[in-house]
Design a protein around this ligand. Structure first.
Ligand code: GTP
Ligand code: MG
Length: 195
């Protein structure tokens, strides 16, 4: 696979701080501590680019990275803060905050929302509500089960099938490991198809 290039662009706490919509954007979203920043780093092959930590809530604000894809496209990757552990839609939306909500609803340059789920937990009510909400807003999504290295191989496909059923997805979610790089080519392909 061709080399990728990535660099930090900017962070924003309010729409006024969003950069111009001059490249297609890919958003990396999911529950707190699920491995969003690690996945982004492993995709672009730059370990310390997006800040990661074992403590939930590491990523605050929305963080933009300018990325050249292996297919030679110029993109922005947007690293999201975690959306917490809300159980009901109202709490979910509160946890999202107007920043994230507003971005997902209105951002014209947004081409794909990567929904990242811990393979050991699978999809819960939060993810179901969230994926539906994205569909209602006309957003293309790619569900990814990450930390695949934490499950034995024999349990990965069944986990993917269970998540596909739980969320009513047309296609199976992708399996990913930021530790081993498994799933990297498939996720790049999904990104390439969305832009
Ligand atoms: P917040 O920004 O705080 O919401 O977290 P995040 O979703 O960005 O997660 P982050 O990438 O910071 O990773 C959280 C923890 O999970 C870190 O300790 C990572 O090392 C670990 N981790 C992330 N991805 C993987 C993976 O694929 N495999 C394994 N084994 N650990 C992972
Ligand atoms: Mg993060």
């Amino acid at each position: 696979m061709a080399r990728t290039h990535a660099e930090y662009l900017t962070s924003a706490a309010a729409p006024a701080g969003f950069p111009p919509e001059d490249r297609p954007e890919i958003a990396f979203t999911g529950r707190s501590n699920v491995g969003k920043s690690s996945l982004l780093n492993s995709l672009v092959g730059a370990k310390g680019l997006a800040r990661t930590s074992g403590t939930p809530g590491r990523t605050q604000l929305l963080n933009w990275f300018a990325v050249d894809s292996p297919q030679g496209e110029s993109l922005y990757f947007v690293d999201f803060p975690g959306y917490g552990y809300a159980k009901v839609p109202k709490n979910l939306r509160e946890a999202f905050g107007p920043l994230v909500d507003g971005y997902l609803e209105a951002r014209k340059a947004l081409r794909l929302v990567v929904v990242i789920i811990d393979i050991r937990r699978g999809a819960e009510e939060d993810e179901d509500l969230y994926v539906r909400w994205l569909a209602e807003h006309g957003r293309a999504t790619q569900v990814v089960l990450t930390k695949a290295d934490k499950l034995p191989k024999s349990k990965r496909i069944p986990a993917a099938q269970a998540t596909q059923r739980a969320l009513g997805l047309r296609r199976s979610p992708l399996l990913y490991s930021a530790l081993t790089g498994d799933g990297r080519d498939e996720l790049w392909r999904a990104i390439g198809n969305s832009v």
